[in-house]
Design a protein around this ligand. Structure first.
Ligand SMILES: Cc1cc2nc3c(=O)[nH]c(=O)nc-3n(C[C@H](O)[C@H](O)[C@H](O)COP(=O)(O)OP(=O)(O)OC[C@H]3O[C@@H](n4cnc5c(N)ncnc54)[C@H](O)[C@@H]3O)c2cc1C
Length: 397
């Protein structure tokens, strides 16, 4: 499809070292993922173990993990650049290391004890095993502060029971971070605790969720906890402060999800620019119709504007100055703009855009996840509206 338009913008926004890192990952995606992607999807199944091993060898699974724990010593900016580079071809591939790091390794990095960091981070940095983020449950999606998974105290520790679902990377996971109710009578937001639970415990039952039409190559599991015994040293963070662990983890995760949304927009922009200049109707290329040009221009404008915003917020995150509302807003706006424009992009290409080989319908489906994942957009909008319209707080629950 020629040069990526997004590279033009990233070249202006990034320093040379970061741009080269982004390009190296993008080259890998063009070479090793793009030519095989359709075949993998048509065959069903998941991201292959070989591809995970290749990503591990490239250091992708170690991006934000400190060098002392075997990682690359990078940060969320490098993680988001990986999301832009791999997500351009496939969200499913990008989210595999993406969730493993932003949702699996980061909570251990930010809230783990020295022993927990030593037990997990070196393996996570290679991708040889992964940790899953167990927040969502069948009955607790957006309303996640009060989990139905319960942890009950025993003489020696705790016993967990209940079910987690939508657990990305469950297939490859050695452990799941379980968000469980520990003090139902406590203050709101201070009733739950996170536990690091091994997936090979005989009372932990994992099954792959079936019928998924989004992120199709990614593993998404249901995890049933049937009286699982855990000890005090498996608590991640403070007792009854589990929601804080989950929420602070999601802030960074939302910037990663925004990068996936922009990766789709970038792919669609390049696909459409090529196609509308080649396809002829009424005696010439589609690109000469102003209505077609308007869509291309709007996509370009949205990419330029949102990418600049995202990189600014990544810098703010690195400086420890990103608040929850800003992380939500950029996730909301990138995912909404990209998914709306994806449909316009498909429309100006015509029927061919409905074929899997054209590449746009995959991104259209995958963008749906960016709208509901890491906090559904509308639930996040309710939180923002509560701050904007405090006198209406009681009806904005
Ligand atoms: C592919 C995929 C991977 C995922 N991976 C993970 C993972 O690794 N770990 C994990 O814990 N979870 C994961 N999730 C779950 C995801 O975080 C939830 O889907 C999300 O939090 C929304 O919860 P829900 O789907 O139960 O929707 P619900 O909470 O049932 O909400 C449905 C809809 O109702 C509306 N709504 C809800 N609350 C409000 C409100 N307060 N104000 C206005 N409107 C509202 C919104 O439109 C929302 O989309 C994943 C989801 C998907 C699809």
């Amino acid at each position: 499809m020629g040069e990526r338009r997004i590279d033009h913008y990233l070249g202006q926004l990034l320093d040379e070292e970061r741009f080269e890192f982004y390009r190296a990952v993008a080259d890998f995606a063009d070479r090793e993922i793009a030519p095989q992607l359709l075949g993998w999807e048509r065959a069903g199944g998941h991201v292959s173990d070989e591809l995970i091993a290749q990503l591990g060898e490239m250091g992708i699974f170690g991006i934000p993990i400190p060098e002392e724990h075997g990682g690359q010593g990078g940060g969320l900016t490098e993680l988001a650049l990986m999301g832009l580079a791999l997500g351009y071809q496939s969200h499913s591939v990008a989210i595999t290391p993406g969730a493993a790091l932003s949702l699996g390794a980061n909570p251990i990095l930010n809230h783990g004890t020295t022993e927990q960091k030593e037990a997990h981070l070196a393996d996570l940095a290679t991708g040889s095993r992964m940790v899953v983020f167990g927040l969502s449950e069948p009955g607790r999606g957006s309303d996640a502060a009060n989990p139905e998974v319960v942890a009950e105290r025993t003489d020696t520790g705790w016993v967990l029971r209940g079910e987690k679902c939508w657990s990305t990377n469950a297939r490859w996971a050695s452990h799941v971070i379980v968000h469980a109710m520990t003090d139902p009578d406590g203050r709101n937001g201070h009733r739950s605790t996170c536990f690091i639970v091994p997936m090979d415990d005989p009372n932990v039952h994992y099954s792959e969720m079936s019928g998924k039409t989004v992120w199709t190559l990614s593993s998404t599991g249901s995890i049933v906890l049937d009286q699982v015994s855990v000890s005090e040293d498996q608590i991640l963070g403070e007792l009854n402060e589990g929601f804080k662990v989950m929420v602070t983890t999601l802030n960074g995760g939302r910037l990663f999800i925004a990068s996936l949304a922009l990766a789709s927009l970038a792919f669609a922009l390049d696909r459409v620019r090529t196609y509308v200049q080649e396809r002829e109707q009424f005696g010439g290329p589609l690109a000469r119709f102003q209505r077609v040009q308007d869509v291309v221009l709007e996509m370009d404008l949205a990419l330029d504007r949102n990418l600049t915003w995202l990189i600014t917020l990544l810098d703010r995150y690195a400086a420890g100055r990103l608040d929850r509302e800003q992380a939500s807003k950029v996730k909301i706006d990138c995912s909404r703009a990209a998914s709306r424009l994806l449909l316009d992009a498909m429309e100006i290409c015509g029927g061919v855009a409905g074929l899997d080989e054209f590449g746009l319908s995959r991104h259209h489906n995958d963008l749906f996840v960016t709208r509901v994942g890491e906090g559904s957009n509308r639930a996040l909008m309710t939180q923002i509206a509560r701050g904007l319209l405090p006198d209406c707080g009681s009806i904005l629950q």
